[in-house]
Design a protein around this ligand. Sequence first.
Ligand code: BGC
Length: 466
Amino acid sequence: MIRPFVNVVRVSADCLGNRRRRGAARLRRALVCGLVAACQTAAATPPAPPVPLSPEAAPANLQVLHWWTSASERKAADLLAARLAEERIQWQDAAIPGGAGIGAGKVLKGRVLAGDAPEVTQMIGPSIAEWADLGLLLELDNVAAAGNWNRFLFPSIEALIVHRKHVMAVPLGIHRVNTLYYNRALFARLKLAPPQNWAEFEAVANRLRQAGILPLAQSSEAWQVAALFENLVLAESGPAFYRELFVQLSSAAAADHRTGEALRRLRTAKGWLHGRLEERSWPEVVAAFAQGRAGMMIMGDWAKSELAEHGAALDRDYGCAAAPGTAAYHLYSVDTLAMFAGDYRRMPAQERMARLLVTPALQADFNALKGGVPVRRDADPARMDSCARASWTTFAKGVAVQAPSLVHRMATEEPSRDAIIAEVHRFFMDDRVPVAEAQRRLGALFRLFNLKNQGAPGAQDTDRRR
Ligand code: BGC
């Protein structure tokens, strides 16, 4: 375990009102100051000086905090542990249940505040920059430079892991959140084709309903409802508007008719659940789809691996297509691991791990098990299944077709993401909330968060508000 001593001095100055960081968001200050208190308590014994040890002498066990807890995710994590073992690194597992990392984010904060940071953590999207600003993450510049990461990473992947010109995380894989799964036997029996847009989706849903089949496997869990909503927004508008809404948090975008239309469709989708609003975990939703209890499902491509756990095979038992209206786009969640700095004895192992994770072989094998695609431009699409190939080739078209998933922390910081998810969920659960009212409330939230973020460290970073 690592006690985060690094940069305590720099951060304490901030808590004492350092003018260079004036205007920092209050939330961030609260966390920073809490961290400083924790660090200073821990600092009763001064940190060991950074005496470089040879890699052979370095302790080689690394604790990894992550949220891969379903059966298929577990296999993917086990593969990483096995490959690390070959490098004499022992993976100490700290798995926190909760899809989309809802629980893991909170546990991580608590542990760091208690001076008990893991050496490695799943940390994705703008939160990498937030933690990096606190000075707690290990810079991986040397590993990235020696391995020429900039030659093979997709530019938008590089932008995700580089903060203030330093490499702060290791990218593992890209998930496509706008994925539609359909039951092939059912579709063949009813002579249905996978819907290309939401109008076709409604027609297919009606046919399924007439045949006594639930059209859509969908949980009422807040993040899963918001995941459907972000798909609807993307279909209704495209990546440019999507970014205005979820990255720039524009109140004009919240008031726009396209946001209203996406909300209306969300309400229609609720009707297809036949009143069965069950707060099921995502693996339970996958199980229901695998058992033929619903004709379609919209979920990130990690569901493919979970379907395999139920014996369901892609292109035989189920088909994979882009979610309606989004075939040209890639709504992404990129898995990245960051390392906590502070215990210099662990550094050689942390760096060895970083080096290993981006190698072509590990990228191909891990992503084949996990359901995502490699972060490398030089990956071989011929080695991918049909669903992964479509994901990788679409993502490779560049930033104009890419949309960062709000739900999976790619678009905005944690407090705004949580508030938006809660607002969308409230609208979904309560049919009395008019569409215009939900739009007004989203606009008000956006104004509040933009006010808070004004002048916050990194607020001017183009990286953060892409
Ligand atoms: C992660 C995936 C994970 C999924 C479900 C996403 O945020 O990117 O790796 O499988 O959540 O928990």
